[in-house]
Unconditional design. Structure first.
Length: 335
């Protein structure tokens, strides 16, 4: 009914005013169709990631588009260039509300700052599903993500094993205030407390930037020359931490556990600069997020929380078929 009403309104304007042209421009996403698009039955779902630069989000996009193709929905993919650009993400979501999309699937740059604009969408009759990074509210239809606290606890236990359950370690989260970063910081701190002979001596933030991650890790190693290990809580963070450890000639000496599995992280794992990766399933996040939105629009019951799981990858289990499928979800098994 929403789309039919939009078509009728535009028809009236076209008869009375000569149908002015609509602006179909966008940045970082698929251009919207004009009013004629609203006449068909295809759902239009906006998918708004936290950023566009990292491989993680490209895999989320592939999963979202796979669900769109399977269930007959058009996916509008648009997000801020950087995960710290909260205001830009808010503007994108407001734009999607203005376009009257059928649903919004999004990963929040900030767990508090995005609540109001999500409420705006709900008030406009547009359901919202959060993926990867949620908000401090229960208004989204569903939250599809890794259990980041448990994932970070797994990282803490793996790092403890690598350092012999004793010594000083550091933690490099990414963006303070981002729900994902906060949960991984919490989980790691809780996990490392299980080992009384390990002390967490430093917590510094990378701002989801590899260069900043490298710089803060250099500072950490300078301040704590006896540092035995570091948990890097995201893809760009892990890349930066690995660069710092390698440049200092401490590869293998300072143990590194990273989060996610970009090509560079996998290469660093093979080289022995990173010893373990806590790997999510971003493809499933994108797919399940879009599916949850479509199911909700169809009147089906949707779980309030969907855990997409993690696995700890080391060089020892790297070649197993199960791990290879998680690391390379877009790879053609027959190729």
């Amino acid at each position: 009914m929403k789309k039919l009403w939009l078509v009728l309104m535009i028809t009236v304007v076209a008869v009375g005013c000569g149908a002015p042209k609509q602006d179909s421009g966008t940045s970082g996403g698929t251009a919207p169709e004009t009013a004629a698009k609203a006449a068909d039955d295809e759902l239009v779902i906006a998918v708004v990631p936290k950023g566009l630069a990292h491989q993680f989000w490209l895999t989320v996009k592939a999963g979202a588009e796979a669900a769109g193709a399977e269930f007959g929905a058009e996916i509008l993919w648009q997000g801020p260039a950087k995960e710290t650009e909260v205001d830009k993400q808010i503007n994108i979501i407001e734009d999607m509300i203005g376009r009257n999309v059928d649903a919004i699937v999004m990963a929040a740059c900030d767990e508090n700052a995005l609540v109001d604009v999500i409420q705006e969408a709900i008030d406009a009759g547009i359901p919202v599903v959060t993926i990867d990074s949620g908000v401090q509210s229960d208004i989204p239809v569903s939250f599809v993500a890794t259990d980041n606290i448990e994932g970070a606890k797994a990282a803490a236990r793996e790092l403890a094993r690598l350092v012999g359950e004793e010594g000083n370690v550091g933690l490099v989260p990414f963006v303070k205030g981002a729900a994902t970063s906060e949960m991984r910081e919490q989980g790691f701190k809780e996990g490392i407390q299980e080992f009384p002979n390990i002390e967490l001596v430093s917590v510094l933030y990378s701002e989801s930037d590899a260069a900043k991650g490298m710089a803060v890790t250099e500072d950490m190693m300078t301040s704590h020359p006896d540092l035995k290990g570091v948990f890097a809580a995201s893809e760009p963070t892990a890349v930066g931490v690995a660069q710092a450890v390698s440049a200092a000639g401490k590869a293998g000496q300072v143990k590194v556990v990273g989060f996610d599995a970009s090509d560079q992280e996998i290469e660093d794992l093979k080289k022995g600069i990173i010893q373990a990766l806590v790997v999510q399933n971003p493809y499933r996040m994108g797919y399940e997020g879009v599916k949850a939105a479509i199911d909700h629009l169809a009147g089906k019951e949707v779980p309030k929380r969907v855990d997409t799981g993690v696995v700890v990858v080391t060089i020892d289990n790297f070649e197993s078929p199960e791990i290879q499928k998680i690391l390379y979800p877009l790879k053609d098994p027959n190729g």
